[in-house]
Ligand binder design. Structure first.
Ligand SMILES: CC(=O)N[C@H]1[C@@H](OP(=O)(O)OP(=O)(O)OC[C@H]2O[C@@H](n3ccc(=O)[nH]c3=O)[C@H](O)[C@@H]2O)O[C@H](CO)[C@@H](O)[C@@H]1O[C@H](C)C(=O)N[C@@H](C)C(=O)N[C@H](CCC(=O)O)C(=O)O
Ligand SMILES: Nc1ncnc2c1ncn2[C@@H]1O[C@H](COP(=O)(O)OP(=O)(O)OP(=O)(O)O)[C@@H](O)[C@H]1O
Ligand SMILES: N[C@H](CCC[C@H](N)C(=O)O)C(=O)O
Ligand SMILES: [Mg+2]
Length: 490
């Protein structure tokens, strides 16, 4: 696309008349620039992209978007907010791909990854090609790509959506993080269905208060827009049991569909029965009633299932087809994932890394644990510090044998993170084993029939972030090794 055509999408009051080179790509990293790229200077948390503009031009950039004048031998377009401009330009450059897809976004403190995989299964069972963008990876039809973010930057996003349209994907499902909403990463994404899971404590290192965290989430629903477009309804699928929902109802002009268990809701579950093999309940959807038997375990899983059913119905899918798909799902990697070697007690790996998720998952374990509950849990470094003593207290209150260990210390001192956790459990009984592998070995060596071991916080992760190092570490592998070393291999 020609530069001037691309710039016209900014609808700037002030013209950018000048050279008009062909733009071959949009980049915000000089190391990815090729001949004809438009380089966007982004002021980051670590470095300032403006410092790489010269290098970007040497790599072939044909023009630069910046927030200040730069002395370069190519057109430099100065804008007030280069991130905002980047989102507009990326959407235009790739031909507004989300306007050609059914786009379902999921936001909330917990349940986004799980619910996105439930929806992926529903649409794949309808023989639709799907795309999925989230914590674990970016998937375009049957190709899977690694990701650094749950919700990537706008260029990465629009490029992925464009590739989805090229691959005949009809439904894209994505996790929408509060960081992304706050930072404008999803500007240009035209959502058809916006799902809210829940709002509990996390990311206060970034949002500082729960109110601002809620405000960030609220942007998702207000940005669905006010227009009512023929044959393009927009839906806000909201959790009737979460108090933030009333704020989101106020924020959105979209059609509201509620789901829940405790309060009146459009899509509701009652008579829940939970055991180690799954969860059953009676679903009511308008005048329809269905008995549902999930392989998934726990009340929190029912919330995820209800939100997925609601979103599926908003997309026009049949309720019985939707239920058939949901009932087949065994689980999502690292979410209440059973490690079975040849041990006499369940060993569960779960991604719970917030107070609410840890409480939910421990309460679920308590539904079927006959004797001891071992929980191995730590807290990530360079993340919300205030949750550390709270999570430790939850572990001590809901498990018989809490063991505090390392998660991803990142740039922090692992021992200090553990001390922050211990600040919440003075006088309580617990163990501290800083080495995660040793913590797992200890629990496996002590557990007996009737006990349950929960290894929480890392779930699907196959790494441990220590300083700048990315070490291989997979809770599931470590648990299986510990089990086989105690019980032998069959
Ligand atoms: C704190 C934060 O959000 N950081 C994000 C940010 O990194 P940053 O600001 O440090 O970027 P930077 O390194 O300063 O670079 C600034 C600019 O200079 C450019 N640059 C940089 C170096 C260079 O040599 N050349 C160059 O051109 C960069 O491409 C960038 O445009 O921009 C990066 C590129 O888009 C993101 O990958 C990175 O996310 C990091 C990995 C991160 O951990 N983010 C977390 C906080 C986050 O966003 N989490 C949410 C929620 C997670 C969840 O709950 O699941 C998420 O959506 O992932
Ligand atoms: N609806 C829910 N309510 C509360 N806890 C939940 C819910 N769904 C899942 N959990 C718990 O939260 C953990 C994380 O679930 P999931 O990965 O689906 O959340 P997420 O929103 O994608 O998290 P993140 O923001 O870290 O990507 C699960 O391992 C489980 O312990
Ligand atoms: N085990 C991870 C889970 C959180 C990852 C993701 N939600 C984020 O905040 O980056 C940690 O606490 O380090
Ligand atoms: Mg996730």
């Amino acid at each position: 696309m020609k530069l001037q055509k691309l710039l016209s999408y900014l609808h700037s009051l002030f013209s950018h008349e000048g050279e008009n080179p062909e733009i071959t790509s949009i980049e915000n990293d000089n190391r990815k620039v090729k001949d004809g790229s438009l380089f966007v200077c982004i002021k980051g948390y670590t470095v300032d992209g403006h410092d790489f503009a010269q290098s970007a031009v040497e790599n072939g950039a044909a023009a630069v978007i910046a927030e200040r004048e730069l002395d370069l031998p190519v057109p430099v377009i100065v804008v007030r907010d280069s991130s905002r401009a980047m989102a507009v330009l990326a959407d235009a450059f790739y031909g507004h791909p989300t306007q050609k897809l059914r786009l379902i976004g999921i936001t909330g403190t917990n349940g986004k990854t799980t619910t996105s995989h439930l929806l992926e299964k529903i649409f794949e069972d309808r023989h639709e090609k799907t795309g999925l963008i989230g914590t674990m990876y970016t998937k375009i039809a049957d190709k899977v790509y690694e990701t650094k973010n749950t919700t990537p930057d706008s260029v990465t996003l629009q490029k992925a959506f464009h590739e989805m349209t090229e691959a005949s994907v009809s439904t894209a499902i994505m996790e929408v993080s509060s960081h992304a909403l706050e930072l404008g990463r999803v500007h240009g994404c035209d959502y058809d269905i916006a799902v809210f899971t829940n709002l509990t404590q996390d990311h206060l290192d970034f949002h500082k208060t729960m109110d601002r965290y809620k405000q960030a989430k609220s942007l998702f629903f207000s940005q669905l827009g006010n227009a009512y477009i023929e044959n393009r309804p927009k839906y806000a699928v909201l959790n009737a049991d979460d108090e933030a929902t009333e704020d989101f109802i106020k924020a959105t002009a979209a059609t509201v569909v509620t789901y829940g268990i405790d309060n009146e809701a459009d899509i509701r579950a009652k008579d829940l029965k939970i055991d180690a093999n799954g969860t059953s309940f009676i679903l009511t959807a308008g005048k329809e009633e269905r008995y549902i038997q999930l392989k998934l375990i726990g009340k929190f899983s029912v919330y995820n299932v209800l939100s997925a059913i609601a979103a599926s119905l908003c997309a026009g899918n049949d309720i019985d087809d939707t239920i058939k798909s949901i009932e087949k799902i065994k689980g999502v990697a690292g979410r209440f994932e059973l490690v079975t070697a040849n041990q006499a007690f369940p060993v569960i790996v779960d991604y719970a890394h917030t107070p609410d998720s840890l409480e939910n998952v421990l309460k679920t374990v308590a539904e079927f644990a006959e004797k001891k509950i071992f929980v191995i849990v730590g807290c990530g470094g360079d993340r919300d510090k205030t949750k550390r003593p709270i999570m430790a207290e939850i572990a001590c209150n809901l498990a018989t044998d809490p063991i505090f260990t390392s998660d991803n210390p990142r740039s922090e001192d692992a021992a200090q993170i553990l001390r922050d956790m211990e600040a919440g459990v003075a006088g309580k009984e617990y163990l501290v084993i800083e080495d995660r592998r040793q913590a797992i070995i200890h629990a496996v060596s002590k557990a007996e029939e009737g006990d349950v071991i929960l290894i929480a916080g890392k779930g699907h992760e196959t790494y441990q972030l220590v300083g700048d190092e990315v070490l291989h570490f997979d809770d599931r592998e470590e648990a299986e090794k510990a089990i086989r070393s105690r019980f032998g291999t069959v």
